[in-house]
Write a protein that binds this ligand. Sequence first.
Ligand code: HEM
Length: 392
Amino acid sequence: MDYNPLAPGVIENPYPYYAELRNKAPVAWIEPLQAWAISRYADVDFALRNPQIFSSSEFTKQTLGDLNPVPEVPWILDMNPPDHTRLRKLVNKGFLPRLIRNLEPRVQEITRQLVASLKSQTEGDLVSALSGPLPTMVIAEMLGVEPERLDDFKRWSDDVVLGTSRPSDEVIRTRVRQSGAALRNYFERMIERRRTDPGEDVITALVRAEEEHEMLSAAEILALAVLLLLAGNETTTNLIGNAVRNLLRHPEELAKVRADRTLVPSLVEEVLRYESPVQLIPRLTAREVELEGGKIPADATVFLLLGAANRDERKFLEPDRFDVTRNPQDHVGFGYGIHYCLGAPLARLEGRIALDSLLFDCPPFTCTREHLPQIASLIVRGVQTLPLHFAA
Ligand code: HEM
């Protein structure tokens, strides 16, 4: 069938294409990508649970290609056991659980400031005023980026993310390369400094992280720092944006959350399912494999369509209904298995705090534009801008 994830019609609304794929071609060869795509929940779930068959070794090759700013080491996303197991153990240790819990008051504070400025005018863009800056400011602080470098940092990060849309325009490609080099240079110097001048940040934790006398190499830390920045920015921005957009499209669901604040965490899970910020992830088959939907040969690139699996009627009741009370626990919006999103607790925290503040600290709002252009990306789904009008 005629499915190309980069075609404007698909970027606008992929869901009818996903339904057709699930029903007519659950294992489909996608000519423009020179790859297979799987769309049913059962098959995506099988692939995520079987990394020995569905290898991750081509992740950055398929997503960043020759625009990868740290090509000399595999990224954690590219790794398979046992290398992945070792690195993930080190990163888990140096990184999230303790830090995230301690972070809540700071995420609240940053959100309060951004929301105050957003609602101080009657009209404002959610993306540029809140959902964009919030994750960048939080991760920048976690990584120990100086506040005065935030604008550079955001620009570099946005440019490198542009590289995941497979740009062919040489002007854009040059910009992506230059920003990648600047980001790299910035982190290299920071990693060196933290060795002699440790701080309370994630880079210091990664420099110190040790597991059975093994430490991370400078290049591994560099790739992780860049990934933490890239993986957590546009994705979380789109979680918040997709939530607001769908609440405005479904006023009855908005009314339910406004009437019961405890529904905010369930709203976050439903957005991760219904309008997944990460729509697809690549794998490479280590051998021929027979799935529910059909057979895939060995050495084949396969895109797991998370956004399609999360709308599979074989798995979810009325999957095309946006239901803020559903609280789905088994969506694959953060993936599953060994590569399950490292930043999930942070993304959930930021999503909950931002949405709670928008719904309960602001006057009621509407969207001032009929048509909202989508980001032209292979991987992420979200709107470029979301102009809001606040009631007086
Ligand atoms: C709503 C926001 C987010 C979404 C939807 C999301 C989605 C995902 C998905 C689907 C994967 C699995 C990739 C795979 O299996 O190949 C993943 C992995 C990952 N995510 Fe997230 N992510 C989000 C936020 C974040 C944040 C805030 C961070 C960090 C600050 C982060 C860091 C990572 C890392 C490091 C991995 C790789 C883990 C590994 O390979 O073991 N993500 N994410």
